[in-house]
Design a protein around this ligand. Structure first.
Ligand code: AMP
Ligand code: GLY
Length: 430
């Protein structure tokens, strides 16, 4: 197969890394890769989806894998469909499950999918009446895409009123002219990524990402500072997840969701049970980095089965243990990341610490690597003592501005695995 991956982050690097391992791959093409992985394929330059689809047709590309949400919402898959190229990703219509929070809420309501109670507001005159229906904390969500910044948890009524007014006055332009006001939920969060082929849903193992900048889940929200998979669940949580997967599959079937792609459910395990916080229609970043390292199956074969509506026959094989990913971000992230810091010893780190690194905000100049964005590197490892390998690599990484969290993952599992290997235990200190 000839495959085109669209997107520039560590997620797309991980997809390219995994797809390159498939014996089904004839040639890999990349559109907008960052300098850290552009050498994995032939780069196609195009700013326009119609033109890109036409170039892809000429090159006889068999499959588009669309990475981020913006191109999906803006119709990249629809343009590829016009020239007969299938995609992993929905058209504009179903991208709305991510592109509009109110669309997603209505989908959940129609299909009896448990979620926070909510109101939709478009008129600044209704701020007082709508907020009267909620206690604080209360959650405010810009309806449209706002680059991960459109959710605000207001701890006081005054904060809620001010923020809601700011949103409705166009803080995120059109995206916040409609706002979902939502009940605040509490509990551990889970990311459930699943592939949908128009008929069948194929769930991945559950993953967790760490959205807050600082250890102990403090500080501002980010795109994700780390992740791991699988998440250990107790029996009750596992059963609730199974039930939810069935419910989601039935909902997509009932609604005749006619696309091949990802349905990512942002879940929260509350005292009253599992509820859905949001849908994304693409692989989660940074969740997909450890998930693809943990996956023992041929991803391209699974994608081909999805395109042929055969996911009911597909099975996913996973490695044992857990896989972890820690993000190294630039100083100042997420508000105003500093660009230009040199990353000096990445090759040595990879070799000495046996970690896999996926690049995000990086740029190469005169053979040197520089930070060029907020999240810069995803450092991943699987198996016994994975966290130790990652953190040793990070402490030796010569990128002086780096910011990272030191509490990614479940230590308990490392302990259990380490007990089986004395040498490993010594080095871990467990
Ligand atoms: P979303 O983009 O809807 O996933 O929101 C981003 C993050 O905001 C989530 O991962 C949660 O941590 C938090 N969040 C969203 N909705 C709620 C809610 N109803 N209650 C509590 N936290 C929420
Ligand atoms: N990790 C959250 C996201 O991809 O939106």
């Amino acid at each position: 197969m000839k495959v085109l991956i669209y997107g520039s982050g560590a997620r797309e690097h991980a997809l390219a890394w995994k797809i390159k391992q498939s014996p089904l791959l004839e040639k890999l093409y990349l559109c907008k890769p960052n300098d850290g992985f552009s050498e994995l394929g032939e780069v196609l330059e195009s700013e326009n989806f119609t033109e890109l689809a036409e170039i892809s047709r000429e090159k006889e590309i068999d499959l588009l894998v669309a990475g981020p949400e913006d191109p999906l919402v803006n119709g990249i898959v629809d343009e590829f469909k016009k020239v007969g190229i299938p995609a992993i990703g929905p058209g504009k219509d179903w991208a709305m499950l991510e592109g509009s929070k109110s669309f997603a809420k209505k989908f959940m309501q129609r299909n009896n999918i448990p979620t926070a109670s909510y109101e939709i507001i478009t008129d600044i005159k209704d701020v007082y009446n709508v907020l009267e229906k909620f206690t604080v904390p209360v959650v405010l969500k810009a309806d449209g895409l706002a680059a991960g910044k459109g959710v605000h948890i207001a701890n006081t009524r005054l904060d809620a009123e001010r923020t809601l007014e700011e949103f409705l006055q166009g803080k995120f332009n059109e995206a916040s002219q409609k706002v979902v006001v939502e009940e605040f939920l509490e509990g551990p969060e889970l990311s459930l990524i699943a592939l949908w082929d128009g008929n069948n849903l194929l769930p991945f193992i559950p993953a967790r990402d760490y959205k807050k900048l600082e250890e102990g889940d403090k500080g501002p929200n980010t795109g994700g500072m780390g992740s791991y998979c699988p998440v250990s669940l107790d029996l009750k949580e596992y059963q609730e997840l199974e039930q939810y997967i069935k419910k989601l599959e039935t909902a997509l079937k009932n609604e005749k969701a006619d696309f091949t792609g990802v349905v990512y459910s942002g879940l929260i395990m509350t005292k009253e049970g599992l509820k859905v916080l949001e849908y994304n229609m693409r692989f989660g970043d940074p969740e997909i980095q450890p998930l693809l390292m943990h996956l023992d199956s041929d991803l391209l074969e699974i994608f081909a089965m999805a395109v042929n509506k055969e996911l009911d026959k597909a099975g996913l094989k996973w490695k044992s243990g857990q896989t972890f990913c820690v993000v190294a971000a630039a100083q100042g992230y997420p508000q105003s990341p500093e660009k230009g810091g040199e990353i000096k010893n990445i090759e040595e780190i990879i070799k000495d610490h046996d970690v896999t690194v996926f690049f995000a905000g990086v740029k190469k100049q005169d053979g040197k690597l520089f930070a060029n964005g907020g999240r810069v590197l995803s450092i991943c490892q699987t198996g016994p003592c994975a966290q130790k390998y990652i953190y040793d690599a990070l402490s030796e990484l010569d990128f002086c501005d780096k910011v990272y969290r030191k509490d990614i993952g479940e230590v308990s599992l490392s302990k259990e695995v380490c007990r089986k290997n004395e040498k490993c235990c010594d080095s871990c200190g467990f």
